[in-house]
Ligand binder design. Sequence first.
Ligand SMILES: Cc1cc2nc3c(=O)[nH]c(=O)nc-3n(C[C@H](O)[C@H](O)[C@H](O)COP(=O)(O)O)c2cc1C
Length: 174
Amino acid sequence: MPVNILAISGSTRQQSTNHTLIHIIAELYAGTANITHFEGLSTLPHFNPDLDNNTPPPAVTAFREQLRAADGVLICTPEYAMGVPGSLKNALDWLVSSMELSKKPVALITASSMGEQAHASLTGTLLVIEANLPEASRLLIPFVKAKVKDGKITDESTFQEVKAVMASLLYSLT
Ligand SMILES: Cc1cc2nc3c(=O)[nH]c(=O)nc-3n(C[C@H](O)[C@H](O)[C@H](O)COP(=O)(O)O)c2cc1C
């Protein structure tokens, strides 16, 4: 039976390379994994501890429910201004108290022009909220626009690295 993976793109851009990556991975693993793209990142309210109570905003409840229902999570994100895109960090801040990512197998792909800072920062955030994120489930893809083009991963070593990260994520789910 296929596993359920919720994919979160840190880009809210319509023509996003990170969306394309998620799409490519979803097609590659069709039959093994149902990879659903989380569509609600840009409509999550700004994190506010005052709203993080027994009746959080409905969009937050829906996000948390989708995470609980998922066997694993795939995050693909660019870097903005040497850091994590605000909308992705905002989404993760909503999970600090509710801990949906605790022990949850997560793969992190930072696909950007450079990306080191966002990758390191996100790794720290995910580990502090207890995500199951082994090193083999982390991948930095710099110069991504030269490697993912026309709906394909055109760089062979990047293609192999993506497959290795997915193998690690799927292994964590067994
Ligand atoms: C406002 C802004 C700031 C950016 N800052 C960085 C940065 O600090 N480091 C980096 O690697 N790329 C940076 N970029 C480039 C994007 O990360 C890059 O274009 C990436 O491929 C976008 O991902 P997407 O195609 O999934 O939207 C920035 C782009 C924008 C729009």
